[in-house]
Write a protein that binds this ligand. Sequence first.
Ligand SMILES: Nc1nc2c(ncn2[C@@H]2O[C@H](COP(=O)(O)OP(=O)(O)OP(=O)(O)O)[C@@H](O)[C@H]2O)c(=O)[nH]1
Length: 385
Amino acid sequence: MPSAFNILVIGALFCVVMLLVLISLLRSGIPGVREWSVANGIGFFALVLYALGQELPELAAYELANGTYAAASAAILAGFRRFFGRKVHVRPLLLGVLTVTALIALFHYAIDSFALRTATVALYQGGICFLIAMTISRSRQAWRSHYPYVFTVGMAGLIAFGHAVRAVIYLANPAELTSLLQPSPWNLFFLSAGTFVLPVLTIGAVMMVHDTMMAKAEHAANRDFLTGAWSRRALFELAERELSLARRTNRPMALLMLDIDNFKSINDTWGHTTGDRVLMDAVLRAETAIRSIDYFARVGGEEFAVLLPETGRTAGVKVAERIRVTMEGSASAFHVEGQPDTPAYTVSIGLAMLRDSDSFQELMRRADAALYAAKASGRNRVACD
Ligand SMILES: Nc1nc2c(ncn2[C@@H]2O[C@H](COP(=O)(O)OP(=O)(O)OP(=O)(O)O)[C@@H](O)[C@H]2O)c(=O)[nH]1
């Protein structure tokens, strides 16, 4: 059977491994990584203090070890809160660490009870894990996938439950256990489980960081940098999928090509930065006029495409007209906090319906031709192929 010393040393080494992994993620700039790194650094120190309990003065083995481990757990919780953009309440966290340390001193010098010290630590650690589980579950809207978040909530919940059981068992059998380094089966079981709490929660955190980095990479690949609309590359991929779906289900599909009128003169009159804001404004407005299954993409400088699955000609013309009217409407309805309103502008739109033999390029070519017809006949209008 492994000794308590071995278990604690292995746990400390795991903290070092996790710290090295987190250091590699620091440059991602994702909130929380710094706090989790600090937690594993402190955690390593605390576990070494626990492991050397018999060699060190009692002050280091009891008050310092438990206080340090409590600080590591507080830092882990702070990391999860930062990750989800929630406020970190430093004072209550600090108060929690000081209270645990004071109670350990009380149950060491005034009432010397290993059971009470263990129950104190278990209740504190259980509380921290419960708060971690709550922080993650309450931030569901920020979950990009499921596994990393469910894993971490599950682990934090399980650990919180384990700590509660531990507190009850130690309080019910105060005479049986007298030291953390005692080789009893219960002690070794809880020690093994408890030692890996920091690394396990950190593994969850690392998975969440990877999930965020993947989402950012996907966003960078699929979205236009300036406006956040679908990129030209993404549109071609999405269009292939929608095209084969439309063919399989025998449903119509419409494509709109949209171009901001006299955009060059907007740039010339108001400057390039205002021109950029008009592009962003156009995307903002268009997205209020289309359904969630439609795709609004930026295909060139001031040219956009709108792919409308399951849309016939009449509905397609209605959507195009709705977008056109939305664009020429008052800027104040689309006011962005802290920014001046955009100058008035209009758009011309060309519409083409998917035909049996169309490739996406062909559909786009016909919508483009309709767009040029709209421009040629006076702008600020919708034309069909
Ligand atoms: N601000 C800004 N301007 C851009 C961007 N990309 C392209 N442009 C400008 O968009 C303008 C497009 O001008 P034109 O192609 O002449 O078209 P237009 O002035 O809109 O005229 P019509 O399309 O005929 O109504 C050019 O001046 C480009 O420099 C961008 O990302 N930001």
